[in-house]
Design a protein. Sequence first.
Length: 244
Amino acid sequence: MGETTARYGAYRTDPLWAVAGICLSALVVCSGLALFGMLEFDERCMQGITKGPGALGEVRQQAFPPATVCEFAGGDVTSVGGRWPLAALLWLAMAGFVGCLLVALVAECFEPAPGRDHVMPMSRAAKLGRTGTAFFVTGSVFAGFYALVGWRLLAGPSSACARGADWGSEVPRTLDPGFLPPQATCRYTSGITKQLNPDWMASLAVALAVPALLAGLGFALAWWRWRQERRAAKAPLLSAPHGV
């Protein structure tokens, strides 16, 4: 059994997961501050409390960094999420998290020979368990967030805007529903249109599918190699003469 364990290897990805965890924590904190800064920022622009260069044109919601952008004739004014230094911290945290996460998941798809400092010996059964855990975690996060964002579309795309909303007697129409990203345009009888989900939530729901797919690929490869090893181990037993 020791020979089987020493024959295979896996990359040491613990430092990558540690950095990804730190970046994720920073991303959550900074995103919370950015989302808090978006509260009623558009109302302050429309009421003239927040002034800009020239007349106010329109207000839009920026997906990442999360920010409310008031477009004035002479330039834009954004909430705290779209300004330095919070915007820079958000981009750095996102880059570190995505980079470390993707590299760690891609590394699980390979089976390097042990003996190097960045490679540790690992049996194929242990590798199967590790990749299975990564696939379960990333897949659960994707499925849970997608269900949270797109449950109204899953329940009925044509009537998604009318589900679970306090719209009174004016039943909104659902226009251009889509599942990737989970988004639709809600049009009310007054003529006002509104997105079913914030853009950043719809974009994040799609982005979370990438690590889940990579983890699934690593798990599938680990399972295939484990099956091949088991078949190779059974072959001599099946071909041996009876009684040996």
